[in-house]
Design a protein around this ligand. Structure first.
Ligand code: FES
Length: 100
């Protein structure tokens, strides 16, 4: 496994939303109430970019058809077979990233 740095911790703030491309992966980083979440940026329903979604509490709502995903678990509130991939947050010094 390799560490892929995304952003320095001091650049993050509540409401931050950023998309990072690493190889074929497109990862959405969100910070909400001091917690960082890493999710696939492509909606598992039909691939719409979720960085354009609406965040309501723990739900990220895809603007294309309205499916909502739990930002920590990735499960979909409308269709149990349609879960969003969640990445584990990794740290290296003052950099936050992902390992795969
Ligand atoms: S593409 Fe996201 S809900 Fe359909």
């Amino acid at each position: 496994m390799a560490f892929h740095g995304l952003i320095r911790l001091d650049q993050l703030y509540d409401g931050y939303r950023g998309v990072f491309r690493i190889g074929r992966e497109e990862i959405l980083l969100l910070q909400q109430e001091g917690r960082v979440y890493l999710l696939d940026n492509r909606c598992p329903h039909q691939g719409f970019p979720l960085d354009r979604g609406t965040l309501r509490g723990e739900r990220l709502i895809c603007p294309r058809h309205g499916f909502a995903f739990h930002i920590e678990r990735g499960d979909c509130f409308q269709a149990s077979s349609c879960s969003l991939r969640i990445w584990s947050v990794a740290y290296q010094g003052s950099v936050i990233g992902v390992e795969f």
